[in-house]
Design a protein around this ligand. Sequence first.
Ligand code: CP
Length: 307
Amino acid sequence: MNWKRKDLLGIRDLSKEEIVFILDTAESFKEISKREIKKVPTLRGKTVITLFYEPSTRTRTSFEIAAKRLSADTINISSSTSSSTKGESLKDTARNLESMRPDAIVIRHGMPGAPHMLAGILDSSIINGGDGSHEHPTQALLDLFTMRDKKGRIEGLKVAIVGDIAHSRVARSNIFSLKNFGNEVICCGPPTMIPPHIETLGVKVEYDLKKAVKKADVIMMLRIQKERGGTSYIPSTKEYATLYGLTKNHIDMAADDVIVMHPGPMNRGIEIADDVADGPSSVILDQVENGVAVRMAVLYLLIGGEA
Ligand code: CP
C-alpha cells in the first residue's frame, strides 16, 4: 500500500486496509526493541515534537522512545512548562513551533478537535495523542495489534468494553475500529456513563457486568475519567467497584482464552482487582510494549517518506 496521509487524527478515518497496513508495519518494527542496540537510522534528520496539554505516562513516553529508536530528534513540551501558562493560544504556540521546522507534532489536548485544527493550519504531520473524550487513535491501533498478537485475529471477536464509556476517547476509538472489522462490541457501565444512542454505532449495551463478560474473547476495562467529571455520574466509588469492578469470578464466565486489556492508568480495586490486573489473562503490559512498535510505524508512515 502507498501511504498518502499527512496526519493521523482519528481511527474513524482509516479503512480496514490502512489499519492492517499500519499493524503489519508495526510488526516489522517490534523486533528493533528487542535488539541490544535499539536504534535504526530510518528517521535520521527528522524532528518530532510532543505537545501535551494533559498528563500522560504511556503515550508521550512511547512516542518519544519510538521516535528515538528510529533516530529522529525529539522535543517534549508539556503545557505546565510552556508559554501557554502565560496566555499563549494553542494556535500561536503551534505556529511558533512550526517555525522551527519539525516534521511531526504529537498533540494531546482536552479540547476535542484540537489536532484537527492544527492539521488545517500547519504543514507538519499532526498526530492525535488524545483529544478530550473524542479519539485516541494510536491507543486503538495498539489495542488491535495486541488482540491480533494474542488471539490471532481482529475479526469475529466478542469484545466487552466496561466503564466510563461516555467520557472515554479510548472507548470511542476502539468502537470505531472494532466495528470496522465487524466485531461484536458490548458497552457496559452505569446508565449515566453510557452515552444515549450509542447503539447507532453498532454496539450493544449491557448494564450487568456478568452478562457483558459472558463468553467474551476480550474484556477492556476503563477507568472513571475524574478529569472530565466522571465521579459525579455515580453515587459512590465503592458502589461502582462492587457493580463494575472486574474480579476473578468474571474471568471464569468469559471465554477460556479471554484476554483482559486496560489502556492505563489503572485504578486497582476500583475497575479492576489486583489478581486480574496481574493475572494470566492480563495483557496490559503487552499493550504498553506494543505501543512503541505501533507508534514507530505511525511515525515512519507519516514522515518517513521514500527513505
Ligand atoms: N493509555 C494512555 O493514553 O495512557 P497515558 O495517559 O499514560 O498516555
